[in-house]
Design a protein around this ligand. Structure first.
Ligand code: NDP
Ligand code: GDP
Length: 350
């Protein structure tokens, strides 16, 4: 039986990947970090919590990383842990560098020293392309990071390549474009919209405050993207791959599609709020997954409208169940409305 160690198992991709690997017959170990309140709702939502061995790891703490390697003795490591929200990386750029950048090197060093045969997957990102002038981004497109998050991820990406070349580690970078699902965190724009649309349609709220709705993204469906991670790790040699849908849509199109699903006029409910504008944004992402299709046999299946439907319908269903007083693993009922969260962009002297 193969053994996999997934860092960031409490996140969207960690949960889907854990389910995927359990279904393949893997023994799955997952790292979580200590929080004052446990955060296992996604694993419970997918019904897999009891099948996972949990290990406490914080990417800030090298020794917890070494300990996790010794305890799990993995064949494959999927490093999904990161401070994954671009907006937060502007508010905490140093934590972003330490966790999302240096944290990866701590893993690479631990592998090099104690388990050099382990395969390593690094969650790289299309955000590394930043605001470049290319109409479509592939593995060959130059990087131009536009956020502390992207700069930290690019550092990690380069270190993975250096350890691959320099020490012969089996280490891959998956350059994944945005991927969403009902398990997406509520601060990301798609889920913020689908959760807001569900609440508005049920009369629980009236508006959604957003920032730059002209930006364009290449959005895919997360359960399909975790399969691509696994495929990269089954190849003869390690390499880097773009995973995307080859489509791009503006945030405004996602808003229109989501409101259409519940038969409401989006213009009556969307407010533009400067709090959600970033100091620098990435305005255009459109991937090119040709290499992944050719080498991995991977292609996306769920397209833009179907993705919006899955997400709106699942948020509607959750708020209906909540209305009936049902209890189930879920984040939104417990999440503070972003209106309540102060950030440095709010002018307190106004
Ligand atoms: P999530 O935000 O849902 O999950 C991030 C995970 O990282 C959580 O389990 C979180 O733990 C954990 N984590 C955060 N900080 C630390 C830390 N200091 N030590 C240990 N663990 C930590 O992200 P996704 O699942 O969406 O993404 C997975 C990975 O893929 C991330 O690295 C992300 O940057 C990257 N990525 C994601 C894309 C996407 O569209 N989803 C696109 C491209 C790349 P906790 O639950 O305790 O907060
Ligand atoms: P990202 O691509 O990893 O930054 O994913 P996000 O879902 O956080 O953001 C996607 C795009 O939506 C970015 O261009 C944001 O500037 C834009 N956006 C507009 N309004 C919002 C908002 O209220 N929240 C978030 N998260 N993004 C927003």
């Amino acid at each position: 039986m193969k053994r996999a160690l997934i860092t960031g198992i409490t996140g969207q991709d960690g949960a889907y990947l854990a389910k995927f690997l359990l279904d393949k017959g893997y023994e799955v170990f997952g790292t979580y970090r200590r929080l004052s309140t446990p955060n296992f709702w996604r694993l419970q939502y997918l019904g897999i919590f009891e099948q996972i061995e949990l290990l406490p790891v914080d990417l800030i703490d090298s020794f917890s990383i070494i300990e996790s390697l010794k305890l799990a003795k993995p064949d494959e490591i999927y490093n999904l842990a990161a401070m994954s929200f671009v907006g937060a990386s502007f508010e905490q750029p140093i934590a972003s560098a330490e966790i999302t950048g240096i944290g990866v090197v701590k893993f690479l060093e631990a592998i090099r020293n104690i388990a050099p045969d382990v395969k390593f997957y690094q969650a790289s990102t299309s955000e590394m392309f930043g605001d470049n002038s290319f109409s479509q981004q592939s593995e060959k497109t130059p990087f131009e990071p536009s956020s502390p998050y992207a700069a930290a991820k690019l550092y990690a990406h380069n270190m993975v390549k250096i350890y691959r070349k320099g020490y012969g580690l089996f280490a891959c970078n998956g350059i994944l474009f945005n991927h969403e699902s009902p398990l997406r965190g509520l601060e990301f724009v798609t889920r913020k919209i689908t959760n807001g649309v569900a609440k508005i349609s049920l009369g629980l709220d009236d508006s959604i405050e957003l920032g730059n709705i002209d930006a364009r993204r290449d959005w895919g469906y997360a359960p399909e993207y975790v399969e691509a991670m696994w495929l990269m790790m089954q190849q003869e040699a390690p390499d880097d791959y773009v995973i995307a849908t080859n489509e791009t849509h503006a945030i405004q199109e996602f808003i229109e599609t989501a409101f259409d699903i519940v038969g409401l006029d989006w213009k009556k409910h969307i407010r533009i709020d400067e709090r959600f504008m970033r100091p620098v944004d990435v305005n255009y992402l459109k991937g090119d997954y040709k290499k992944s299709l050719t080498k991995l046999g991977w292609r996306p299946k769920t397209r833009f409208k179907a993705l919006a439907e899955i997400m709106v319908n699942s948020d509607l269903e959750r708020w209906r169940r909540w209305g009936r007083g049902e209890h189930f693993p879920w984040d939104a009922w417990n999440y503070p409305n972003e209106r309540k969260i102060l950030s440095r962009k709010v002018k307190l002297d106004r």
